[in-house]
Design a protein around this ligand. Structure first.
Ligand SMILES: Cc1cc2nc3c(=O)[nH]c(=O)nc-3n(C[C@H](O)[C@H](O)[C@H](O)COP(=O)(O)OP(=O)(O)OC[C@H]3O[C@@H](n4cnc5c(N)ncnc54)[C@H](O)[C@@H]3O)c2cc1C
Length: 398
């Protein structure tokens, strides 16, 4: 019996789910809000772990193609002190393929392959138990019905309200992302500073991380503790006097807001926030192009819900957690596992049982990772920067 299955969202979770089902010869409707695959920049690199993301790609029959595309040398990690001293310089051994890096755009292309995605189909609402299955309503006013709707639509999921009232909350830590292009030719000093993979510098309640993508592209993340509205009043919230260009902490009466869309204003505010750090490190911000504001939100740790027949969630929609290298890996593994369970379920009762069993497994594993990543975030952006170094030594012993 063929179930009518829809997956909402064409991110790592949704596409892995669809690709594994496709491999099992099961049709699936993929509904994605973006109008085209290139509608927005795909984001930075992902490191796919052997027992998570890579395991999922194996289930999709894509491991060999991933190995050809990914960059094992990108696993390298360097940690600097705020004065520029290199504290750790970890490099993978030859043949180490535990966590190779891949650009998100490349991963999306790999997973898309033969899949037939319906682009530009933003979902607004999912209504379970309508008699003929689960109703999906779209932004363009249309609606369709399915036997199983899988919400893989990320942090601000429109499917989640059908099963849970949980919503993401702010962690108290914000990222501002910028990037550098052609780093090897345009900024060779920075290219050397970053190395083959990532470089991180941790200070009091703030950090700067640079990650190499393919093609000489580098993503830089400034991260700091701040109230959600930090940019509305820099003097009051951050103790910054932008006009003086220094970490003033003194009230000069300048208490104007920062326009998040103004790249030059963002750059000078960040330079003031990281004032006193080594000049080569600050060049990551000086040469950055656009600046993107990304406050970090999470769902409650160990988020679960009372099972609802015909609807489930995967990935960030189910368990949004801090970006400590796990979210996409979990999303893909869950996508692959749910697809295998669904493909093996012949009748409607089997399908429901398969989804229930999957949810129990997902909640147990994701709950554990949510605790680990929340604790990790607290240590990385900490009043005591030695915590970040200690965390690195625990995760990556030399
Ligand atoms: C800065 C940063 C760095 C990270 N680094 C890593 C890393 O190195 N390793 C790692 O494992 N994880 C990392 N993560 C986490 C990772 O990005 C996420 O966990 C992962 O993308 C989740 O995948 P997903 O498919 O669940 O959701 P998403 O990637 O958010 O995909 C959701 C998809 O659904 C679509 N969509 C949204 N709403 C709708 C709607 N209403 N209708 C239809 N479609 C919709 C979106 O357009 C999108 O395509 C990082 C996160 C950040 C912010």
């Amino acid at each position: 019996m063929r179930h009518r299955i829809a997956v909402i969202g064409g991110g790592p979770a949704g596409l892995t789910f669809a690709r594994v089902l496709h491999r099992h010869g099961h049709p699936v409707t993929i509904l994605e809000r973006d109008s085209t695959p290139d509608a927005r920049p795909p984001g930075g690199v992902l490191d796919l772990h052997e027992r998570m993301g890579q395991l999922a790609l194996g289930k999709a029959g894509l491991l060999a193609e991933f190995q050809a595309l990914s960059r094992p040398e990108g696993q390298a990690m360097r940690i600097l002190d705020v004065d520029g001293t290199v504290l750790r310089d970890w490099r993978p051994r030859p043949g180490d393929r535990a966590n190779p890096e891949i650009d998100r755009g490349q991963l999306r292309g790999l997973l898309l392959g033969p899949l037939d995605v319906q682009w530009g189909r933003g979902v607004t609402e999912v209504v379970p138990r309508t008699g003929d299955g689960v109703l999906v309503r779209f932004a363009d006013g249309r609606q369709e019905t399915f036997d199983l709707v899988v919400g893989a639509d990320g942090a601000w999921s429109r499917v989640r309200p059908a099963v849970s009232s949980a919503t993401p909350h702010y962690t108290g830590i914000t990222l501002v992302e910028t990037s550098l292009d052609d780093v090897d030719t345009r900024h060779p000093d920075l290219a050397r500073l970053i190395g083959d993979g990532s470089m991180a510098v941790y200070g009091v309640n703030r950090g700067l991380v640079a990650q190499r993508n393919s093609g000489g592209h580098v993503k830089v993340y400034a991260q700091f503790r701040a109230p959600l509205d930090w940019h509305t009043s820099l003097d009051r919230h951050m103790g910054l006097n932008r006009r003086a260009g220094m970490n003033a902490g003194m009230d000069t009466g300048l208490d104007t807001g920062l326009d998040l869309a103004d790249a030059e204003a963002m750059r000078s505010s960040l330079l003031a926030l990281f004032d006193g750090w080594a000049a080569p490190v600050l060049n990551l911000l000086r040469h950055g192009t656009a600046f993107v504001h990304r406050p970090l939100y999470v769902l409650p740790v160990s988020h679960t819900w009372a099972h609802v027949a015909g609807v489930t969630l995967l990935g960030d929609a189910a368990h949004l957690m801090p970006p400590l290298g796990v979210g996409a890996n979990l999303a893909m593994l869950e996508g692959a596992e749910l697809a295998e369970s669904v493909a093996a379920a012949p009748g409607p009762a089997d399908l429901d049982e398969a989804v229930r069993a999957f949810e129990e497994q997902m909640w147990a594993r994701a709950g554990g990772w949510a605790k680990i990543t929340m604790a990790g975030l607290e240590r990385l952006v900490s009043p005591d920067p030695t915590e970040a170094l200690a965390l690195f030594d625990e995760v990556q012993p030399s």
